[in-house]
Design a protein around this ligand. Structure first.
Ligand code: SF4
Length: 209
């Protein structure tokens, strides 16, 4: 990462972390993917049950691989034959790994979901939720974050999963009601009632979509 971008990201991350703290959530800045992985593993106790929603960023820093190979009980929804059982088990997990579709500079987290297992587990259930968020996901405000979620994250994800949505063809949101839409539920996480539940590692890199 270019030095000037790193300086800007570091300063911006401090603002986001203050915002998170004002919302009873915890934030951390990682200067690299390696630092992010180290911090994430510090936040996950050995022996914990760990699962995840769509979390490309957690893959990109090597966290999913580290958890699968470490001393944890990883609930692997992708490998499970009974997907519903794996999704229900996620609600009782010690740690839920997630990325965010977007965040605001003052610490609000925005996620959209089709199946909605990810947003529901972020909202309640797992004892700890650990977000891995590249600095490319930070937006000025809620409007910007929603626009990013629907015009950047959603079209790329729709293309990635081969979904038949207008955005997969045009590259931007057409506010569809397609059966394949991934915009079924929008979750805006603006405060946590539960001290120590939500943690966000902000990574000085472009992660996910
Ligand atoms: S509402 Fe439809 S067109 Fe818009 S981002 Fe979501 S899936 Fe794509």
């Amino acid at each position: 990462m270019n030095d000037n971008i790193t300086k800007r990201n570091e300063l911006l991350a401090q603002k986001v972390i203050k915002g998170l703290e004002s919302r009873n959530m915890s934030g951390y800045y990682a200067a690299s993917k390696e630092e992010a992985l180290k911090k994430a593993l510090e936040l996950i106790d050995e022996g914990s049950s760990v699962t995840m929603g769509g979390a490309m960023s957690a893959h990109e820093i090597g966290l999913v691989e580290a958890v699968k190979n470490g001393n944890y009980n990883f609930i692997d929804r992708d490998a499970a034959t009974d997907k519903r059982a794996a999704m229900l088990a996620a609600y009782d997990a010690d740690v839920f790994l997630s990325s965010a579709n977007a965040m605001t500079e003052d610490g609000v987290i925005v996620n959209i979901d089709g199946n909605s297992n990810r947003v529901s587990a972020i909202a309640q259930g797992p004892k700890k939720v650990l977000f891995i968020v590249g600095m490319n996901k930070i937006c000025d405000d809620i409007d910007g974050a929603m626009k990013r979620a629907r015009n950047v994250a959603a079209p790329i994800n729709a293309q990635r999963f081969g979904l038949n949505t207008p955005c997969a063809k045009t590259g931007s949101c057409m506010n569809c009601k397609s059966p394949d839409t991934i915009c079924c539920q929008f979750l805006i996480t603006r405060f946590s009632r539960h001290e120590g539940r939500i943690h966000v590692i902000l990574v000085n890199d472009n992660l996910g979509f």
